[in-house]
Design a protein around this ligand. Structure first.
Ligand code: FAD
Length: 510
């Protein structure tokens, strides 16, 4: 990197021809003489602007991270002028109004304290550092590498996504948080920050299967099973997923056909059947699986062997998520691998669904917030008809819709998180199943609206995979995942109401 010098605007003006082209962006001087031919937008545009201050043009067409990418072209800065748009420090929180949940913008909260801020910054830094790898991985349909997975395990990132519990004892987590002080609001942040990586297939590839597949082991596995499996999975040595859905059983979980028949000596089950759309299944070592035994629906931990076949299913995000079709062909599983009690699997599944749906809400609401922030920035930056977009009332109204809907679901989620903190696993499933279902229903409706408004304000860029609108493009292509997996919108809305009817007082009359 050449040493940076101090220049006057007059000096920069002298370098205004092809082959000797300097430009000013935000009080910093770039030599684009040799870069012009490599410029994705063509040499002509750059050469025409040579010698000038192009700050406004630059920010109308490029994301700020382009400057970091081409930092090697920077040769100096202007005398007596300071940059107006400095690049944020890694892990910095947003200062854009509504760019963070309100506590992280300086407002009071009954739920958060300083440790949550420290934790959020540390997690943001980790996931920001993965953004480039995530994009490349998603484009190449490649899941996060086993090496990255192990690194995330070692850094404690995987542990943070599974929530507070005895398995946290003795761990030091990102931001220096001790395992013992980790609470459900830290976990909420962990899911939010993972989602902000901005590449949904890769984000799910990191830990979606693990987040929903490990809890049945934590809450229903024998001591021996937990002692063996949990450390391997939390440390990133092995991967786990949740296998409930089948080609003939989606919303109607009771209809699963996968069977587990006891061997004559009673020591094993022999499992046969297929599972569909199982996230992380292509690379999982363990499968928390819903099967039917003679006693009814049962959850069973199946370990990968030669009789387990997993094939990738192509979806609209990417195969980075490891979405799979699984065939169990006479798989022999020890009876000790039952999770919970045999025949009581439906209860285990429902309890697990409650937490899974809460996690999906955290992720989709964080993505909606990120997209809202992107839109807010864009509306300030983009000039149309000679004025910033934000000066148009109709555009401000779109942002108002996005923000007001988002704040409602975020605040509802914080309230439900607080309730969950004061309930055990099964109480949560009985008392909060309906509320969490309704929250999920509303959160994905909000995501639908956020996507719609964001697309309109970004115009053509919202359907272009690179450049200013690339996160909006990824969001509009993938937000529907949250509206279907873990229970679709129609089922969520109805479940919420049916649960409310269970406690509706018989005496209530108008
Ligand atoms: C990318 C992806 C990843 C997934 N990951 C996993 C995973 O890791 N593990 C796992 O077990 N499963 C996973 N799933 C499965 C997911 O949970 C199911 O897709 C979901 O439960 C819906 O089931 P279905 O797709 O079979 O839809 P169906 O049950 O066929 O429903 C189709 C439509 O009809 C509506 N509908 C159904 N019944 C009713 C009713 N009674 N009243 C009104 N409307 C109704 C539904 O809302 C839905 O819109 C995943 C799915 C996808 C697409």
């Amino acid at each position: 990197m050449p040493e940076l010098s101090i220049y006057s605007r007059e000096e920069v003006k002298k370098h205004s021809v092809p082959g000797d082209a300097w430009i000013i962006i935000d009080a910093e001087v770039y030599n684009v003489s040799t870069f012009a031919d490599l410029h994705p937008g063509g040499a002509q545009v750059l050469n025409e602007l040579a010698g000038k201050d192009v700050t406004e043009d630059f920010y109308g067409l490029h994301r700020q991270d382009v400057l970091a990418k081409y930092a090697r072209l920077k040769i100096g800065r202007l005398a007596n002028e300071e940059p107006q748009y400095p690049l944020p420090e890694p892990g910095a929180l947003s200062k854009v109004p509504y760019g963070e949940p309100s506590f992280f913008l300086g407002y009071k909260s009954p739920y958060y304290n300083e440790s949550h801020t420290r934790f959020r910054k540390a997690m943001r830094k980790i996931f920001e550092g993965l953004q480039e790898e995530a994009r490349l991985s998603e484009d190449a349909n490649k899941p996060p590498s086993a090496e990255l997975y192990r690194q995330l395990g070692e850094a404690g990132v995987l542990a943070t996504q599974i929530g507070p519990g005895p398995w946290m004892k003795g761990l030091t987590l990102p931001g220096g948080i001790k395992g013992e002080e980790f609470d459900l609001f830290h976990e909420l942040i962990a899911h939010q920050e993972n989602a902000r990586v901005g590449s949904p297939g890769f984000a799910d590839g990191i830990s979606s299967g693990y987040i929903i597949g490990l809890p049945p082991v934590l809450h229903g596995g024998s001591d021996e099973l937990q002692a063996r499996v949990v450390p391997q999975v939390i440390s990133g040595q092995k991967r786990i997923c949740l296998a409930i859905t089948e080609p003939t059983a989606g919303s109607d979980v009771q209809n699963i056909r996968t069977t587990a028949k006891r061997t004559p000596d009673g020591k094993h089950f022999i499992v046969n059947g297929v599972k569909k759309w199982i996230t992380n299944g292509t690379f999982a070592d363990y499968f928390s699986t819903a099967v039917k035994t003679e006693k009814g629906i049962t959850m069973l931990l199946i370990e990968r062997d030669d009789n387990v076949e997993t094939k990738a299913i192509k979806t609209s995000y990417s195969s980075a998520a490891g979405t799979s079709y699984i065939t169990f062909d006479n798989v022999k599983v020890p009876v000790e691998n039952v999770l919970g009690e045999e025949g009581n699997g439906f209860m285990v599944i429902m309890a697990n669904f409650c937490k899974e749906r809460w996690y999906i809400c955290a992720a989709i609401n964080a993505s909606s917030r990120f997209i809202t922030e992107e839109s807010f920035k864009w509306c300030n930056q983009r000039k149309v008809f000679g004025k910033p977009l934000i000066s148009q009332p109709v555009i401000r109204n779109k942002l108002a819709n996005m923000i007001s809907e988002l704040e409602a679901v975020e605040n509802w989620q914080e309230n439900l998180t607080y309730q969950m903190m004061h309930m055990d696993w099964f109480e949560m499933a009985t008392r909060l199943l309906g509320s969490v279902a309704l929250l999920k229903y509303r959160s994905t409706r909000v995501a639908h609206n956020v996507s719609d408004e964001a697309c309109q304000v970004f115009g053509g860029r919202s359907i272009t995979k690179t450049g200013m609108g690339r996160y909006v493009e990824a969001f509009q292509r993938t937000y529907k995942f949250a509206a279907i997996l873990g229970g679709s919108e129609e089922i969520m809305a109805d479940l919420g109401l049916r649960q409310a009817m269970r406690v509706f007082p018989k005496s209530a009359r108008l």
